[in-house]
Design a protein around this ligand. Structure first.
Ligand SMILES: [Mg+2]
Length: 174
């Protein structure tokens, strides 16, 4: 397996979080979710969870699956979003560094093997997950026009995605 594939290829690639169901996670033995916020749960410029997102969080909670939001964004952004959902969160997470993921699993009392990481960015979310022993689920960004901060990452991501598709590792087309 190539280095690129090992670190940057998501374990699974889906259109949005709603394709990830508690039934499917339970069948996989998953007990916890670490999820990114911006462009994963809602668009980067949307302040609060939509009704659909609230329902998704409730379904996971009912199934006994714990969730922590781990975001590189600042405290105001992450707390404003997470507090009404009554979900734990870590801000300024510095993904792709893995420290925030370690903190999250420790707080949820789970192992990386029992946890899936969900995110929209290969260079932060997937890289952090894959290099720390997590199953990674990449979603298509909720909003295609990103903040300027992520432009360079997106450029690299597009090249790697094209490479993985060419290799046949990813069969699904956007
Ligand atoms: Mg994101």
């Amino acid at each position: 397996m190539s280095i690129l594939k090992k670190y940057l290829m998501p374990s699974k690639y889906v259109k949005n979080i709603f394709e990830i169901t508690p039934q499917e996670l339970e069948a996989q033995g998953v007990k916890a979710i670490i999820t990114d916020l911006d462009n994963t749960l809602v668009g980067w410029d949307v302040e609060l969870a939509t009704e659909e997102v609230v329902t998704w969080f409730n379904q996971m909670a009912e199934a006994g699956i714990k969730i922590t939001i781990v975001s590189n964004n600042n405290e105001t952004r992450v707390a404003t979003f997470a507090t009404p959902l009554e979900v734990d969160y870590i801000f300024n997470a510095r993904k792709p560094m893995g420290l925030a993921f370690k903190k999250a699993t420790k707080a949820m009392a789970v192992t990386p093997g029992e946890t899936v990481v969900i995110g929209d960015q290969m260079m932060t979310d997937v890289l952090a997950a894959n290099s720390n022993g997590f199953y990674s689920i990449m979603v298509v960004p909720v909003k295609s026009n990103d903040e300027w901060k992520t432009r360079v990452n997106r450029m690299m991501e597009r090249r790697f995605l094209a490479y993985f598709k060419r290799k046949g590792y990813i069969s699904w087309e956007e």
